[in-house]
Ligand binder design. Structure first.
Ligand code: MG
Length: 376
């Protein structure tokens, strides 16, 4: 059954985080979130989320560039004609458009959800997911003291989280990781994420992390620098995981050819949607590289897409699919995302589409701007 859109509504909402989230390149206290409501010619509606942040500190995209790209170029393209299957959307949206991957992904993934709803399939099963529950990790922002980090790590383990990801930067790294390892013991599943805070000059310094037996160190060097990541990986026993660097399938091929890392964090928003994310997943699986699903401080809408993605078979490492209450006082989906005491989030496979409803009254209350585009 082909897919033909009739209306796309963009909305910006603002959700206050329970606590500020600090990474090496900045702090987020409020999350400005771009939501899309997609409707097809039969009146079926789904929601999707663009993961771009307020500032260009993760990628060059922001919520404002995404709003422009979607309203000016991408939504009119999505609204013209039909596609036989959502797997065609990525090429349709991307032809002769450089970048704007997060903007493209919001539409492309919404197209998958719409198709899933039409076919009475869960989003997970529509994209080829096989898991019924996702092992969940927590991402802890940079803390003011080692003691705070140790407290939060211990609480997370007690809550059932299966992986503790610790944000690091120069000045808040070796001693912080050492303190958590000391407090939680040799078996605690720990990793670090630098968000490009280091250069190759820090190679000896980063090698001081090796004795702490981290699952991986994520994106230590610049977002577009695969060559120096390969040089660093040669110096480290700890596996390097790439996040910001992997913007598409070609970058995984380059990573494999150069030896720039051993693990990939897949974010569908960062690669332009589910079709390219599935291609990255499949290539990694073929080459024996494990993958996991990262987070971008999504609302429960974006979370639904991450849970579906993480249900693909090669997502063998716990994903950053924390329950709603980790970030939000109150989420915008019903039911909110929950994690059980074993750190598992259930994949809603028995409901068509996202598997959660949108609390539209709450979204209305939170909406700061809105724009609707219609097909011909
Ligand atoms: Mg990361």
């Amino acid at each position: 059954m082909s897919l033909r859109l009739s209306r796309i509504t963009l909305r910006e909402i603002r959700l206050a985080l329970r606590e500020p989230f600090e990474i090496s390149s900045g702090v987020t206290t409020d999350r400005r979130i771009l939501l899309l409501e997609l409707e097809d010619v039969d009146g079926i509606k789904v929601w999707s989320e663009c993961v771009a942040g307020e500032r260009p500190n993760f990628s060059s995209e922001t919520i404002d560039t995404a709003w422009l790209a979607i309203s000016e170029w991408l939504a009119p393209r999505a609204l013209s004609g039909s596609v036989p299957h959502p797997s065609s959307l990525s090429d349709k949206l991307g032809a002769n458009i450089r970048g704007h991957l997060m903007a493209r992904a919001a539409l492309e993934m919404g197209g998958w959800a719409l198709w899933a709803a039409r076919e009475s399939l869960s989003l997970s099963r529509a994209i080829g997911g096989t898991r019924s529950a996702i092992a969940t990790g927590i991402s802890l922002g940079i803390q003011p003291t080692q003691a705070t980090l140790v407290d939060k790590s211990r609480t997370a383990i007690e809550a059932g989280y299966r992986k503790i990801k610790i944000k690091i930067r120069p000045g808040a790294d070796i001693e912080y990781i050492a303190a958590v390892r000391e407090a939680l013991g040799a078996d605690a599943p720990l990793m670090a994420d630098a968000n490009s805070a280091y250069t190759l000059r820090h190679a000896d310094h980063l090698a001081e992390l090796d004795p702490f037996n981290l699952m991986m160190i994520e994106q230590p060097l610049a977002h577009d620098d695969l060559r120096r990541h390969a040089q660093l990986q040669d110096r480290l026993a700890t596996p390097i995981c790439l996040d910001e660097s992997i913007t598409g399938l070609d970058r995984v091929e380059d990573m494999l050819a150069l030896g720039s890392g051993r693990i990939v964090n897949i974010k569908a928003g960062r690669v332009g949607g589910f079709t390219p994310a599935k291609a990255v997943h499949d290539l990694c699986q073929h080459h024996g590289l494990p993958v996991w699903c990262g987070g971008m401080l999504e609302s429960g809408v974006g979370r639904a897409y991450n849970v579906a993605l993480a249900s693909l078979p090669n997502f063998t490492i716990p994903g950053d699919v924390s329950p709603s209450a980790r970030y939000w006082q109150r989420d915008i989906v019903i039911p909110e995302w929950k994690m059980d005491a074993n750190g598992m989030v259930t994949v809603p496979t028995d409901e068509p589409g996202l598997g959660v409803r949108i609390d539209v009254d709450r979204v209305d209350d939170l909406t700061d701007r809105r724009q609707t585009l219609r097909g011909a």
